[in-house]
Design a protein around this ligand. Structure first.
Ligand code: FES
Ligand code: FES
Length: 155
């Protein structure tokens, strides 16, 4: 049976009427209108749907809306602004990473959570942090350059 859930997304509270088992991804895209988290596999296998939940990168396609509680959700739209982009957003633009762009949400949101806690990561540490994410356009070399560049910007 549907219930009301108050979701704190990018600093604003949105009330969503949903079945408790409904994936958070559907609430973000269909009810709140945020289209950065993408539906890729729906099975936690690609990362396209990644958002931050209290700073941790999680896959919103398998996170029931009822599991969120009071946690703060941040999506790619809340990571930075056009005036003040996150270093990863700047680095992705400078390195001209995206091709079709479908996967980019997952890579940036996962890397953002990683770089917040890890200063000056090695290439091996970056690769481990990004394991399991998929890009069908083969932008992996560009992604590595952008994450390295963002890490440098973040000191
Ligand atoms: S859509 Fe969530 S991991 Fe693929
Ligand atoms: S840029 Fe197309 S899937 Fe990654």
């Amino acid at each position: 049976m549907a219930q009301n859930f108050a979701l704190n997304v990018n600093g604003r509270v949105h009330t969503v009427d949903a079945d408790p088992d409904m994936p958070l991804l559907y609430a973000l895209r269909d009810d709140i209108g945020l289209n950065n988290p993408h539906f890729g596999c729906g099975l936690a296998q690609c990362g396209a749907c990644t958002v931050h939940l209290d700073g941790q990168a999680i896959r919103s396609c398998i996170t029931p809306v009822s599991a969120v509680g009071n946690a703060k959700i941040v999506t790619l739209a809340g990571l930075g602004t056009p005036e003040k982009p996150h270093p990863l957003q700047t680095a992705y633009a400078q390195e001209q990473v995206p091709q079709c762009g479908y996967c980019i949400n997952g890579w940036i949101m996962t890397a953002a959570a990683f770089l917040r806690d890890k200063k000056k990561p090695t290439d091996a540490e970056i690769k481990t942090a990004l394991e399991g994410l998929k890009c069908r356009c083969g932008t992996h070399m560009g992604i590595m350059r952008a994450v390295r560049r963002a890490a440098e910007m973040m000191g």
